[in-house]
Design a protein around this ligand. Structure first.
Ligand code: GDP
Ligand code: MG
Length: 297
């Protein structure tokens, strides 16, 4: 199915159309300061993102507690240009009272829905700009225990508004065994609290290779990530992106060391179309119909 082949491999016609319309994808990162959000963004796109002017959301003041920044970069995936927008949320969860730290994030996501809805209601809809958030990467502290109340509260408030992708931050600080156990506890907590995280559906007529790819990605959720923008020489003479320890080097791009590669593959290759479709067909549609009902339309 087309949704899984990645935007660089789309059939020519679709491809040309998408390129002409401007291929864009918006991801959001959420988590406490110091968990490696900015580092991971830079690692993901192997590029220094430049700040872009913040466009004030319509009918709304700028959030006062959690400052939300939007940055963009054009990245190249096998010759196709993709405009990538990353919404960063510095400061989330850093306050003495974090009871409502999810709120500015919800407001931001909803104001993007509103902006889209406004465009849909225009007579001329040829230049639709889709700034909706297609994926929210949620950074879980590498405690090795279980989810904290702030994690659960955040995910409960967000899961029906955005595709949630939980990741274990700085997973190089945990052992392999700790990661396995921690992942299981996180998944148990998520199930217990009826939180929906993003799962790619597997379609019936999927080819075997694609199916394997999807299964491998699903098996890694929540992704144990490591970010680094420094290149390091390994003892066997390779130059890798990674983090150096007295006992060795953790390689960002080595699937045996962490799940970074799988996360990247999911976001901008295997599941990008699916993330966009689910955002449009399910999450946005739910918001839209509730809003119209509330307005008595
Ligand atoms: P942010 O506040 O969430 O944006 O976090 P930053 O990306 O600014 O990173 C905070 C600090 O953690 C920096 O010193 C990074 O070098 C470090 N850091 C980032 N990612 C990782 C990681 O995966 N593992 C470890 N051990 N440190 C990391
Ligand atoms: Mg940061």
């Amino acid at each position: 199915l087309m949704g899984y082949v990645g935007f660089a491999n789309l059939p020519n016609q679709v491809h040309r159309k998408s390129v002409r319309k401007g291929f864009s994808f918006t991801a959001m990162v959420v988590g406490e300061s110091g968990l490696g959000k900015s580092t991971l963004i830079n690692t993901l796109f192997n590029t220094t993102l430049y700040p872009r002017k913040q466009v004030a959301p319509p009918h709304q003041e700028r959030p006062k507690t959690v400052a939300i920044e939007s940055i963009s970069a054009d990245i190249d995936e096998n010759g196709v240009r993709l405009r990538l927008n990353v919404v960063d949320t510095p400061g989330f969860g850093d306050f003495v009272n974090n009871d409502e730290s999810w709120k500015p994030v919800v407001d931001n996501i909803e104001s993007r829905f509103d902006a889209y809805l406004e465009q849909e209601n225009r007579v001329n809809r040829t230049k639709m700009q889709d700034n909706r958030v297609h994926a929210c990467i949620y950074f879980v502290q590498p405690t090795g225990h279980s989810l904290r109340p702030i994690d659960i509260e955040f995910m409960r408030r967000l899961h029906q508004k955005v595709n949630l992708i939980p990741v274990i931050a700085k997973s190089d600080t945990l052992t392999d065994e700790e990661i396995v156990a921690f992942k299981q506890r996180i998944l148990n907590d998520i199930a217990y609290h009826n939180i929906e995280i993003f799962h790619a559906p597997i379609y019936e007529n999927e080819d075997e290779e694609t199916m394997l790819e999807i299964q491998e990605i699903s098996a890694k959720v929540p992704f144990a990530v490591v970010g680094s923008n420094t290149e390091i020489d390994t003892p066997d003479g390779r130059r890798v992106r990674g983090r150096a320890y007295p006992w060795g080097v953790i390689e960002v791009d080595n699937e045996e060391h962490c799940d970074f590669v799988k996360l990247r593959q999911m976001l901008i290759h295997t599941h990008m179309e699916e993330l966009k479709e689910h955002t449009n067909n399910v999450l946005y549609e739910k918001y839209r119909s509730e809003k119209l009902t509330a307005m008595g339309v």
